[in-house]
Structure formats: C-alpha cells, structure tokens
Design a protein around this ligand. Structure first.
Ligand code: SF4
Ligand code: SF4
Length: 319
C-alpha cells in the first residue's frame, strides 16, 4: 500500500471523526521512507516506530531483505531522513539469539541514534506454531532465533542497572516504566503484564477482525468490518486464556507485576495449565527490579519524585 492509501485514510478520518481525536502511529523498518513520506508524516503528526535490533552486526543477523542482505544501512538511512524532517521516532527491538547477550550495547546504540522511547519484544517461536493458546502442544521445537527463558533477564539486567542510575526520567524503556507505573498505582502500560487482554483488535485488508495482533488465527477471528457491529466485539476468548493461571502463577510473589505474561508465550504446561515460556527470565529480572520499585514507592509516599531513586541506586545495589 503506497502513500495514496494513507492519504485517503486520513481524508476519511477527518470526514467522519466528528468530535473525536484520532492519533495515528505507524510501525516500519523505515527502509522505504523518502522526503514525500516524511512530509506526510510530519504534516499529520504520525507517531513513527522504527524496528531495529541494534548495531549493524546484531541487526543484520536476522533483519534481511529479499536478497538475503542485511537491512541495517537502509534502516539508518530512514532514521536520518526522519531526523532531517525533525520527526520524532521511537524504536522497537526484538530480543533474539543474536543480540540477547549484548543488551547494554544495544541500549547504548539506540540512545546514540536518538531513541528516547524504547520497546523490546522477546522472541519465542516454535514448530508447531502456538495458535491455540488454550490447547498448547506438549512437544515443540524452538526456531533457531528463539530465546531461552533466562535470556530475557540476561538482556535486561545491565540495561536496568544503568538506566535506573543515569537515565530514568529521560529515556523511556517501556518494560521498566510499566512496572513503575503499576507500583505507583497508575496501572500497567503494557498488556503483556496486565491482568487482562485489552481490545487490541486487528483489522485485515479483507475486513476480518481478530482479537489481537498476536492472535491472527481462525480461532480468534471475531468478525468482519463489513458485517459486524464493532461496538459489540470483545477480546473474550483471549481474555479467558489470559486470566486462566497456573497454580505456580497463583502462588507467585510476582503475580501482581506479571499476571502470567502474554497468552502467546504460554507454551509450557504446568499441571495441565499453559504457562509462559519466559517465567524464569521474568523472575530473575523482577528479583533485580523489586528493591528499586519499593524505593520508588517510598519516595512517592514521601512526596519525593520517584526518579530521585537514581541518587540512591548505588545504595540499593549494595544491599
Ligand atoms: S494476547 Fe498478548 S499482546 Fe495480545 S492483548 Fe493479550 S497480552 Fe497483549
Ligand atoms: S513470574 Fe512466572 S510464576 Fe510468577 S506470575 Fe509470572 S509467569 Fe507466573
């Protein structure tokens, strides 16, 4: 779909929005950006998310074009164009087998290219694919780029220790901010760790609607834009999976932070109930984060900005 499609979409939004405020966001690797695109993005204040997995050698490990060549140089060219047009962007980075040991290097790189809002997505893909979140395969093979459960914590722990001491309040790392927001009583910022799946519907080109972009499978198709009353649609099936927790989860000290993670990642059976593959990695990261989170709560209760935690970060680390 070219630029004309999006111009038409904005035209229709303006025609039908009434008093509503519509915010648009686009996720792209940026390789096809040009001046025309940038002028359009700037004019309509569209939020741009750039998919990039770290410096060249790490990004190019899996992000390849049709000729099987790494796309890093083209992605950087797209980012330079955004900067030329003074368009703000955030970044989305997949944590995979190539970059999980280089978390801090990836973080420093993202900062250097000007990302101040970072999202990270932990990768597990299997054969057979997990399509039936409530009826997972007993046996599966992991794809070559998939993480081991602990790799999640290996990637994040050095980033967190640095971030909480130097960058909190300046750089947004969504994974960290979501836990801070929760303990300060403002709710989660990420559905993965929320207690329910929100209505993050996906609309396909043929009009089909699915409960979530992680669940574009027949089982989770809930209607079609041409025939369904979208005000009555709900992510009910996936929510049922989300709220069905293993006995380990129900007894876990981190349940209020984790809520069992995303149903898509629940590929391990625990006494017959699907549990997230990343459980061990989550626990390791929570163990590091919780003393800082507790300190932030204490600061907030004393009406001191929670970002002041950076001033006591060394003390907390030595406990
Ligand atoms: S399935 Fe996963 S990504 Fe989708 S809403 Fe639920 S937690 Fe979020
Ligand atoms: S850390 Fe593991 S056991 Fe605890 S709530 Fe999360 S998935 Fe469940």
């Amino acid at each position: 779909m070219g630029l004309d499609f999006y111009k038409k979409a904005i035209e229709l939004q303006n025609k039908y929005k009434g008093t509503k405020i519509i915010e648009n966001a686009i996720q792209t690797n940026g390789t096809l950006l040009n001046d025309k695109w940038c002028e359009f993005i700037k004019e309509h204040n569209i939020l741009v998310g750039i998919s990039i997995d770290g410096p060249k050698k790490l990004h190019d490990a899996y992000r390849k074009n049709k000729r099987n060549e790494g796309t890093f140089d083209e992605v950087l060219r797209g980012i330079d164009l955004l900067k030329k047009h003074k368009i703000k962007f955030n970044t989305l980075t997949c944590i995979n087998k190539a970059n999980y040991r280089h978390g801090f290097e990836v973080y420093k790189f993202l900062k250097n290219i000007g990302s101040t809002y970072m999202q990270f997505s932990e990768i597990i893909e299997t054969t057979p694919e997990n399509r039936d979140f409530d009826a997972v395969a007993v046996e599966y093979n992991k794809k070559q780029f998939a993480l081991e459960p602990q790799d999640y914590a290996i990637f994040f722990k050095d980033i967190f220790r640095h971030w909480v001491k130097y960058d909190i309040g300046h750089i947004v790392v969504r994974q960290f901010e979501t836990f801070i927001s929760l303990v300060l009583g403002h709710g989660h910022l990420s559905c993965v760790f929320e207690d329910k799946c929100c209505n993050n519907f996906v609309l396909e080109a043929n009009g089909d609607i699915y409960e979530c972009d992680q669940a574009v499978y027949e089982k989770y198709k809930i209607g079609n834009i041409h025939t369904s009353d979208i005000t009555k649609l709900e992510a009910a099936k996936i929510n049922k999976v989300k709220t069905t927790l293993s006995s380990d989860c129900l007894e876990c000290r981190y349940l209020s932070l984790c809520h069992g993670g995303c149903p898509k990642h629940r590929i391990n059976l625990n006494n017959g109930v699907a549990q997230t593959y990343f459980c061990e990695g989550y626990k390791e990261l929570f163990k590091i984060m919780v003393p800082y989170l507790n300190a932030m709560v204490s600061l907030a209760q004393s009406r001191i900005p929670y970002v002041k935690v950076k001033e006591i970060a060394d003390k907390i680390a030595s406990l």
